[in-house]
Design a protein around this ligand. Structure first.
Ligand code: ZN
Length: 214
């Protein structure tokens, strides 16, 4: 059926006023699909969610829309989930509506963005090879380790988000990537730890804390 609306009118109603396709269809006496077709397929309007402080997306409420950036430079928001969890998520996942909870909506299935990025794994392998370090662990093993650590930094206890701020550290950097010799750290902590042993690094941190607390 033909609907007599102009592109400008529909843009105003659908995007600017942010009305639902359903409501507009009702007003015009047509089907919701007619409106969706015109707006999305034919004219390519894009309804973008506003990701600002206090915005709600499913069970998530935005706390800081510009919290940090992912390894690939994408903005990452800090959200609070209704279940009480703090949750860091790529802004893009919120605008597209792909993510609506910290993962508690799907407890038996980790949300897609929480899995280890193939690029991360590939880079780890390449890097190890270049530096002549043996890699005797699997991607499954390091994912399990991440879960075992409660998705927290092994040294600082900070909450980690895979592919955002989680960094794999060799506990003893003179040894290889072996089971038992790796731990997940916050990327900033791993940068600071450099190639110190955990003991040496913690000792230095303690001294710094003591001196700075004077
Ligand atoms: Zn939750």
């Amino acid at each position: 059926m033909a609907i007599n609306v102009t592109k400008e009118w529909l843009y105003e109603e659908y995007v600017t006023k942010n009305r639902k396709a359903e409501d507009i269809a009702q007003e015009l006496g047509c089907c919701k699909q007619n409106i969706s077709y015109l707006a999305n397929t034919k004219w390519g309007f894009r309804k973008r969610r506003r990701i600002e402080v206090g915005a709600r997306i499913g069970k998530l409420v935005v706390v800081d829309p510009y919290f940090t950036k992912s390894e690939s430079g994408h903005p990452v928001c800090l959200c609070k989930c209704d279940c009480g969890n703090d949750f860091k998520v790529r802004r893009y996942a919120l605008t597209t509506g792909n993510t609506g909870s910290c993962g508690c909506l799907r407890p038996n299935q980790a949300p897609e963005h929480e899995h280890i990025n193939k690029r991360f794994w590939k880079a780890l392998r390449t890097n190890a090879k270049t530096r002549n370090i043996e890699l005797n662990i699997t991607i499954e093993y390091i994912w399990q380790l991440f879960e075992q650590q409660g998705r927290k930094c092994a040294l600082s206890g900070e909450a980690l988000t895979m592919n955002v701020d989680a960094s794999l550290d060799r506990i003893d950097s003179t040894k290889n990537y072996d089971e038992g010799n790796v731990q997940w750290l916050h990327k900033n902590v791993n940068t600071m730890k450099w190639d110190f042993t955990t003991e040496r690094f913690v000792e230095l941190c303690r001294k710094i804390t003591e001196v700075s607390h004077g």
